[in-house]
Design a protein around this ligand. Sequence first.
Ligand SMILES: [Zn+2]
Length: 174
Amino acid sequence: MYKGSCFFLVLKGYAVGISLLLVPHATIAQQILNLGPLPGVGQVTEMLEPGTGQGFSGLATIYMGQPVIFYDNVWVQRFGGVGSPGFRFIRAHEYAHHFRGHILAQLNSPPQMLPTLGYQAELDADCAAVRYLRQTGDPAAIQAGYQIYQTIVPPQDMNGRPGSIARINNMNGC
Ligand SMILES: [Zn+2]
């Protein structure tokens, strides 16, 4: 969720694909999560991958031609693990990137458009996540989302990405 530009997101998806091709099968500790569909939204393949806890926590992208969400297992542990309120917020946010057309927009846009697109797409995904979690009666996940942004995202906008102030103001209006 907090990650580089959207251009980076797309590249990262391909970078993961390339590294998987180069790494022998036995050493891959990537895990497919069988969480089922996001109720009322749909199903995207979700993978927990060995991460660094320094880049993205969740990444919605196209991988091998399929819509996929990757989660960094270090971040997921920090948020309280798979299924925790923090994870549920990240999950709703990443699903929003897929189901609100952000990923295809990224893939089809010229690079100079991407920072703006990424900025709006982030705020839009946050709002969709808040509305979804409100509808499904999950205020703990919404609270966890606020807490995550307050603790891991710099306050000011940076590199075409919304900072925590912009994100929280936006979420307050959703
Ligand atoms: Zn995002």
